[in-house]
Design a protein around this ligand. Structure first.
Ligand code: 13P
Length: 226
């Protein structure tokens, strides 16, 4: 079964979260997950769709202002967390080492994990994609509750999707390093989802912008059934 996860990023406070769930119904036959911002997690949990956080700290508790632990998420009914998203790497100092610590702590606590990898445009142009993916994947612990999301940074929020062939190739190389399910992320829309999700090494999608509308997110979830 394919997995389609909606990463809402810093969108949707409580009222918009409620409106989303009023209008959204996940189709049967596909594993659907939503990742709201922290303040909407407790409201989103228990509405029939598994809820993941967008980040998680490695400590159980402590003097870590602004951070949230796996135990705190579990107490809300949250089932998993995204770790190492490129926006965390780019703007908030996330490193391969902190990705490893977050993954290990989340898995140990019983959360599922979507761990993100992907090269920037300049890394791709410099022919460094393979080396970047090897380095990032090496920091991700193998675990049956963990999937990897391949999100080429140049395709996130830009409307530039990786071609299905390019994504297929990257997914194959990730699976050689780490035998796990690999989701594709980066400008996934209802219009390109069928073709991307038809690639044999693409096991699902991590959707940003198009997951905010129940209609377009539902269409992408249904594309995973094709
Ligand atoms: P977009 O689908 O908006 O390009 O975002 C992708 C992403 O970063 C999902 O985590």
């Amino acid at each position: 079964m394919k997995l389609v996860a909606g990463n809402w990023k810093m969108f949707k406070g409580t009222s918009e979260t409620l409106a989303f769930f009023d209008a959204f119904e996940a189709p049967a036959g596909v594993e659907v997950v939503v990742c709201p911002p922290f303040t909407s997690l407790s409201l989103a949990a228990g509405r029939g769709v598994p809820v993941y956080a967008q980040n998680v700290h490695w400590a159980v508790e402590g003097a870590f202002t602004g951070e949230i632990s796996a135990q705190m998420l579990l107490e809300l009914g949250v089932e998993g967390a995204v770790v190492g998203h490129s926006e965390r790497r780019q703007y908030f100092g996330e490193t391969d080492e902190t990705v490893r610590k977050r993954c290990e702590a989340a898995l140990e606590a019983g959360l599922r994990v979507i761990a993100c990898v992907g090269e920037t445009e300049s890394e791709r142009e410099a022919g460094e994609t393979g080396a970047v993916l090897r380095r990032q994947v090496a920091a991700i612990p193998p675990h049956e509750a963990l999937v990897i999301a391949y999100e080429p940074v140049w395709a996130i929020g830009t409307g530039k999707t990786a071609t299905p062939e390019l994504a297929q190739q990257a997914h194959e190389s990730i699976k050689e390093l780490h035998p796990t399910r690999v989701l594709y992320g980066g400008s996934v829309k209802p219009e390109n989802a069928v073709e991307l999700l038809a690639q044999p090494a693409i096991d699902g999608a991590l959707v940003g912008g198009a997951s905010l509308e129940p209609g377009s997110f539902g269409a992408i979830c249904r594309a995973a059934l094709a």
